[in-house]
Write a protein that binds this ligand. Structure first.
Ligand code: SF4
Length: 290
């Protein structure tokens, strides 16, 4: 972990939900940030992966909360994705500590939670017998969204309001990242609300309008912690091996994480399923060595 100022070499970025995804729109929309109704919510949870967009999301939420006298409502949640069978962290080592540093910087409670069903994303993938993909996002739904929902229920039990808790869920998705993300509303009711009898959850994307350059500027201006993988050439801080990541990032990650990629390549051969539609892990590793 480091706090060194850093300007990334390109204009692409990653978000808390961590996806490479679709061609990015040429220009990020310049819509003004939608107002978030603090009075209408009992708590606001920031999903923090330890990535750069998470850091700026924590900054925006906590800064707005402080101005509104509502900082006591904010919680920062890191979803721990666990380890592989050989004991390698699925995430980048140190990502959790960066997320914790974000919470410490703004003086808000920090929580780490893991899926109650799956010991790790690795176990989930092996049980599924295939890799996650654009149309099979069981990774985020089972190890992030469900974990966030359970944490919100935990908060609701603590609050004992005698009614469903009303919780904001802030994430670092940005319009610049993809056409699909550009279309997302900044504030909307989350589907985990269901009929609203257990919980009412509002999704909030407080940095939706920011460009990658602006994200890094906010980091520099406010001394927000970022992960050292960015300084080593990574453009995204997702799972160390994500089938949805750009191949160039995977090649760089394979150079930085050879043992993890070797284990993933063994799983690729064992499951008989190519890691990424366009390229196998074996080929990624070969490119990393060349
Ligand atoms: S594999 Fe990891 S980084 Fe990739 S989409 Fe799934 S949870 Fe996100």
């Amino acid at each position: 972990m480091t706090k060194k100022p850093f300007t990334p070499p390109c204009g692409t970025g990653c978000a808390a939900a961590q996806m490479e995804l679709f061609p990015a729109p040429a220009v990020a929309p310049a819509e003004p940030p939608a107002d978030f109704d603090w009075d209408a919510h009992d708590r606001v949870v920031v999903g923090d992966s330890g990535g750069k967009d998470s850091g700026v999301t924590a900054h925006e939420v906590c800064t707005q909360a402080d101005k509104a006298g509502q900082l006591h409502k904010v919680r920062i949640l890191h979803c721990d994705l666990g380890r592989t069978a050989k004991g390698h962290l699925v995430e980048w080592p140190g990502a959790l500590e960066v997320a914790r540093a974000h919470a410490e910087q703004y003086g808000v409670p920090f929580a780490v939670r893991r899926s109650q069903r799956w010991p790790s994303l690795w176990d989930r993938i092996r049980a599924h017998g295939n890799w996650p993909g654009h149309f099979a996002r069981f990774c985020t739904s089972d190890t992030k969204t469900t974990v966030g929902r359970d944490y919100i229920d935990e908060i609701g039990a603590e609050l004992r309001l005698g009614r469903p808790p009303r919780v904001g869920y802030a994430m670092g998705m940005r319009a610049e990242e993809s056409t699909a993300r550009a279309k997302k509303p900044v504030v909307e009711r989350h589907r985990m609300s269901g009929k609203g009898t257990l919980r009412v959850v509002t999704t909030w994307l407080p940095i939706h309008q920011l460009t990658t350059e602006q994200v890094w500027k906010i980091h520099r201006d406010n001394g927000i912690a970022h992960h050292e993988a960015y300084d080593q050439g990574m453009r995204r801080l997702s799972c160390r091996a994500c089938p949805l990541a750009h191949t160039d990032d995977l090649v760089r990650s394979a150079q930085l994480n050879p043992e993890l990629f070797a284990e993933y390549a063994e799983a690729e051969a064992d499951m008989g399923r190519q890691f990424k539609e366009s390229i196998s892990l074996r080929a990624i590793i070969e490119r990393a060595r060349s």
